[in-house]
Design a protein around this ligand. Structure first.
Ligand code: MG
Length: 164
């Protein structure tokens, strides 16, 4: 089978700060996120979806939060590295569907910028990336605005044999 699917989930707690990174786009907010890297839930969920689709484990195996190399880094670096891993295994990304779960911040004004940035990171047309956003109607940790989360689903296709 040359077509494979993967899913990813990530969540982070809000903490001190004045902005959050979402899909590699910095968005002003009343809080930052508590994280080893920049805590970009969209890009973390995306990396897990890509790794899952390729059968390559998860983000924590490849970029452990005990490794000082990843402290405070922009999560775009994880996406770039994962994309390269997939390329080495002969895969290209077909499309990406992302869902942000957050009571705040609202991202409607940033939706296209995030979509375009994720597409750029993956070498896709913007139409290859969809971004949805939902609140949880004030339910749970997301609804209480204690943190935010993201889901990602990706389709990848093997177009070449793995390079060794
Ligand atoms: Mg994370």
């Amino acid at each position: 089978m040359n077509i494979r699917v993967g899913t990813g989930f990530d969540a982070h707690a809000f903490g001190p700060g004045d902005s959050v990174a979402l899909g590699g786009v910095r968005i002003a907010h009343s809080h930052g996120v508590v994280a080893h890297s920049d805590g970009d839930v969209i890009l973390h969920a995306l990396c897990d979806a890509l790794l899952g689709a390729a059968g390559l484990g998860d983000i924590g195996q490849h970029f452990p939060d005990t490794d000082l190399r990843w402290k405070g880094v922009a999560s775009e670096r994880f996406v770039t590295a994962v994309r390269e891993m997939l390329r080495q295994h002969g895969y290209v990304v077909g499309n990406v569907d992302l869902t942000l779960l957050a009571q705040a911040p609202r991202i409607s004004a940033h939706r296209e910028a995030i979509r375009e940035n994720v597409a750029r990171l993956l070498g896709l047309e913007a139409t290859g990336v969809n971004l949805k956003a939902t609140t949880t109607e004030y339910l749970g940790f997301i609804g209480r605005a204690e943190g935010l989360a993201a889901l990602a689903t990706v389709l990848i296709e093997r177009i070449a044999a793995p390079s060794t």
